[in-house]
Design a binder for this molecule. Sequence first.
Ligand code: ADP
Ligand code: ZN
Length: 431
Amino acid sequence: MFWQMEQETLKRAKLEALQLKRLKQTLKRVYDNVPFYKKEFTKCKVKPASLKSLIDIEKFPFTTREDLQANYPDGLLACGREDIVRLHTSSGTTGKPKAVFFTKADLDNSANLIARCLVATGCTKHDILQNMMSYGLFTGGLVMHYGAEKLGMLIIPSAVGNTDRQIMLMKDFGTTTLHLTPSYALYLASHFEAKGINPAKDLKLKRAFMGAEPYTEETRIRLESSMGIEVFNSYGLTEMNGPGVAFECTEKNGMHIWEDNFLVEIVNPETGKQLPDGEYGELVLTTINREGMPIIRYRTRDITAIDPIRCSCGRTHVRIKRIHGRADDMFIIRGVNIYPQQIEQVLMSVNGVGKNYQIVLESSEDMTIKVEFSKGYFDGNLDNLKSLRGTLVEKLKAAILVRPKVELAEPGTLPVSEGKSKRVIDNRRVY
Ligand code: ADP
Ligand code: ZN
């Protein structure tokens, strides 16, 4: 099933021809209307006409998060203020917010991209979506909302928090589909356990879309089995409309990225040079179908790789692999580069580990991993906990090459965030 079959299954040559046409239009639009881009293009000695084919994009300058912040609030607008109908800002996980503006056409387009994603996971107008993301400036609420509405689903705008009420809504209205962060999903799963709710029996849930923050395949597997649902990875960022940039289809083998709207590059984060398909690097995106605020070669800081192999679902748009994390998430302990996802991968694969954890960086030499054990694991025998701790230390050492301290905590005792989680607590002293 497709939402916009023709666009989603365009033959490669046609798709690239469309990309080239749209990219040329976009370059001209920003050069003519956005003084920042005129200046940047001039610095790089390029004009819109310098682009003859898609590979010429490498000649054009990047746009960084700092550029967006420096042009805050509306320095990157490519149309008149009167044509803007909506504003969103990033959630601000990494500093000052970045504002993004939408025209009516941009909103309609973003809703269509979401509808494509939802249909790709098997949703129809008979499904009921409970949107457990924050409504407001954050795109996860409204952008998803209007996309689901476009498809004709019943949408319950329950937003984040009040888990008991969320469960009541699921029961009363027969929710089939959830949209939430993986960290909140882990909390929800342990809440089900604590309240003796068996989702497979007591609820009508079929699937959940999870994104807005990195999570591992191990976490997906756990959530699928404990909630009896299918979990689809959903990737987006405010700068590129929010959700709906890339989404898994029912094959669940990476996320299709809508190439008729975004030109995709993977670059070496240090040199900025393009990398071949299959190699991990930083995702760089150019909007090629946006009126209000087009962005050229945006450095997302997200680390992933392109999988160009045709997906058996029939969609021709390439897939990106699960996001390894942000370039900025990485921290260094004893000279070793570590991503939080490497730790999560180990934790979630060990039996006896519960659903919440925290990484506390103590110094350049030491870190402590606080992790809940699962409900029912501790039967009063302290040896169980000791052996769990020992297993974790060894497995972590093998995965990250540094021996961390591990502290076990009772289920439900580590802090939970309803929006994006804060997994890493950095107590290292800054000199
Ligand atoms: P902020 O940059 O303030 O967090 P956003 O809400 O726009 O604001 O967050 C977008 C970022 O969230 C992405 O750049 C990426 O780092 C992360 N993200 C979104 N979806 C996923 C996903 N499915 N997997 C991993 N990371 C994700
Ligand atoms: Zn597919």
